[in-house]
Design a binder for this molecule. Sequence first.
Ligand code: BG6
Length: 490
Amino acid sequence: MQPHIPFTFTLFGATGDLSMRKILPALFVAHREGKLHQDGRIICVAKQDFSQEDYLAWVSKSAAPYVKGSFAGVDNALWLSFLARLTYLPLDLLDSAGYLSLAKTLAAGKAVSVFYLATSPALFEPICANLAASKIDLSQARVVLEKPLGHDLMSSRAINDAVARVFAEEQIYRIDHYLGKEAVQNLLALRFANSLFEPLWRRESVAHVQLTIAEQLGVEGRGDFYDSTGAMRDMVQNHLLQLLCMVAMEPPTSMDADAVRDEKLRVLRALKPFSAEDMELKAVRGQYVSGAVEGQSVAGYQQEPGVATQSQTETFVALHAEINNWRWAGVPFFLRTGKRLAQRTAEIIITFRPIPHAILPMPGGQPGTSSNRLVIRLQPDESIQLHCLAKQPGDGMTVQPVALDLAFDQAFKQRRADAYERLLLDAIRGNLSLFVRRDEQEAAWRWVEPLLRHWETSASAPKPYMAGSWGPTSSFAMMERASAQWPEDR
Ligand code: BG6
């Protein structure tokens, strides 16, 4: 990994939502923090015929408000010095002739080239083919691909094949921004920098694992896209399965990209396929109807702009997964995600087995209930809590739940990088550890696809749930069948 190098970052789709909300704000923060080499240029490519001034004015209006923290506190001179890195290049991405002007712009320096494809995946093939035909030297280049990478295994293979005709696998950076979150890095530190947890991190000690990514937001003006995608493709196939890999993988031999990715791949390949019976009992899909989130009434999914009135697209998924290997056989991994839920939260809860025999009166009088949980919270704040029982002060021997609490913002005062900032810098510096390899991505599709097919042909619709709730009641019933509970039910 090279720490600080000259680069040319070509952003395809530079006028799109993702560029304005995530990519340009993250690059600005990296610039502000002195993490970008002074010879780092950002070429912004899109179809619209903007002048350089008009584009920069638009970036100031559309991207600056997404800079984390208050933009009002951002030094105007600093912002202008960031804008000085940007060059706008209008280009019809399907027109190969237009790429000659990009080739000319890139030829000017000897910097590392990063091509970020923040466009529809339908454009990945023509962009790569046109780059190859334009005589741009791609031998040292990197290409960053945004999700969704396909709709199923076949379409993801077609995209990967098209990109592979131009770039070698070690030049391809498939982004999953959940892997760039600070708390996910901390999960690795917790597991692999401490000796305490490893002996407990297995079926003999763990009763079950829960992974939740809950959102309060709805589809945010992306109804068209979301209605042909759904929660399984938008969140489970990528973010939730990547988190599951981080929890369940064996210790890699090093933090080398392929060592980590080999271990994640093993987990994905060991996921137990859903049988016909499991599809009914261990998988729940839901769709929100109107309700209230934080006291504000909100429309139901089918009333969102761009969504079909009879849509059968799921906005909620809960799964009871299992991993068929020695470490995890028989341990339920409960995955859950949804839009318009009661709270915005992302967390991983490892519940340990209950004590075998109670000699003290247990809270709630239930000796078989687990009292030990490790809660790794990714959002909205980052923390790790270890829940235990401790003696209540005073007479007698009454035990009560307490939490050993590590809140990162209190323990570490320094600024934590946002996921996109970390991942973009990794792509510029050539560090692939936090990017998804093709075989991982395909293994994830292979596991979710039978369930997607089943839902497509099933006579039953997604279960309705009220916006602002914790999802359909069947998700709680699924947990009950496995003698477990979601935290809200406890
Ligand atoms: C994106 C999904 O990948 O992740 C969105 O496409 C979702 O639908 C988003 O809202 C959630 O990310 P975060 O970081 O806000 O939890």
